[in-house]
Write a protein that binds this ligand. Structure first.
Ligand SMILES: Cc1cc2nc3c(=O)[nH]c(=O)nc-3n(C[C@H](O)[C@H](O)[C@H](O)COP(=O)(O)O)c2cc1C
Length: 357
């Protein structure tokens, strides 16, 4: 089965799955109802938590949607490096009056159980992040009538995903907010080497699969540009963060366009894996020292992140955002989808006028 996104939704606009609470069923439903494709994020949730959200979403819309799963990560981190980072974060724990998490607690978020639920009660689309599922798992989804998307950050990952049987790829450039979805974490900084457009072009030339482009896309004109470069659809995360239906923390929403947060960076500070977020005090102080240790660092800092959010301290929160964050617009999700579609149309018209001259 190959993925005909245009059969699934009116506009080639995918709302990115966003773990950590942003992509709530209300957000996914509003996007789907407006003619885009809404997504739920199952990462960091229990299998029951994912199931409840799927049921909630089904009550809100009869339209198509996707569910995103994190691939389980091998626990290969250097324990000495994690201990040193724990020592470094002791001052944060004292400041926020909260203990550091246990880095060795199981990082298993119930991948197998989630796969079993989604096979028993199929959804239209399932996407995978941080790796590629086995051929057996992808074949089982195909047999259940579910289309599969594997997120890739390099041509090699794209070829592997095609071999494994993915129906489509989500090509993620380094501009993207949140974690880089590299299939292997390279301690030297991650394998994702290029921005979206060159990566998209290279993958389109070597892998014949439908492609969803992701990373830094905030305006309809940018979506038109990636479609012209060979993408079948665009996946936007940061653009949907400020929507009233998004569950992002109010400080996170405000920070996107706050001139205090000028820039983003890829940092391991919060999770031990490269992820793009606004540069705040925590990123500046700890990013350079954070070890390549996912999910150990994620577990170590989980209480700190919660405490900073509770204290209303954006300088200690993980403010995931893509490079286009300054262009974020606070609109209801349905209106944002309509505006993006109108901007795409305007950009297409401008190009055809220019080429006719
Ligand atoms: C807050 C946030 C959380 C994210 N969580 C996930 C996730 O759970 N699964 C996933 O595949 N991608 C996740 N992403 C990455 C998006 O899928 C997508 O690649 C990215 O948002 C595209 O870049 P943009 O934010 O500039 O639009 C997340 C992004 C953000 C901003």
């Amino acid at each position: 089965m190959s993925l005909a996104l245009t059969d699934l939704c009116r506009y080639p606009i995918v709302q990115a799955p966003m773990a950590g609470g942003a992509s709530r069923p209300e957000l996914a439903a509003a996007v789907t109802e407006a003619g885009g494709l809404g997504f739920l994020a199952a990462g960091y949730k229990t299998a029951d938590g994912m199931y409840n959200e799927v049921e909630q979403l089904r009550r809100l819309t009869g339209g198509p949607f996707g569910v995103n799963l994190f691939m389980p990560q091998p626990q290969v981190a250097d324990p000495g490096a994690v201990e040193i980072y724990r020592h470094q974060l002791a001052g944060e724990a004292a400041w926020y009056e909260t203990p550091l998490g246990d880095p060795d607690s199981s990082g298993d978020d119930g991948y197998e159980a989630k796969v079993a639920i989604l096979l028993e009660d199929p959804v239209p689309l399932v996407s995978f992040t941080f790796g590629c599922p086995s051929r057996e798992v992808l074949a089982a989804f195909a047999a259940a009538g579910t289309s599969t998307v594997v997120t890739v950050t390099s041509p090699q990952e794209a070829r592997n995903a095609r071999w494994a049987g993915a129906d489509a790829l989500c090509v993620q450039g380094t501009e993207a907010g949140g974690h880089q979805s590299t299939h292997r974490d390279d301690p030297q900084g991650g394998l994702a080497a290029t921005g979206l457009l060159p990566l998209l072009t290279e993958i389109r030339e070597s892998v014949q699969l439908p492609v969803i482009a992701a990373g830094g896309l905030m305006r309809g004109s940018q979506i038109t540009a990636v479609l012209a470069a060979g993408a079948d659809a665009a996946q936007l995360g940061t653009a949907f963060l400020p929507c009233p239906e998004s569950g992002a923390h109010p400080l996170h929403k405000q920070a996107l366009t706050n001139p205090l947060f000028v820039t983003t960076a890829l940092t391991r500070a919060f999770s031990g894996r490269p992820a793009r977020g606004l540069v705040n005090r925590f990123v500046r102080e700890h990013g350079p020292y954070a070890p390549a240790a996912y999910p150990q660092v994620h577990q170590l800092t989980s209480g700190l992140r919660r405490a900073a959010a509770k204290a209303g301290d954006a300088q200690g929160m993980a403010l995931w955002a893509g490079q286009g964050h300054r262009m974020a617009r606070e609109l209801p999700a349905g209106e944002l989808v309509g505006l993006l579609a109108a901007e795409m149309e305007a950009a297409r018209a401008a190009v055809s006028v220019r080429s006719a001259q």
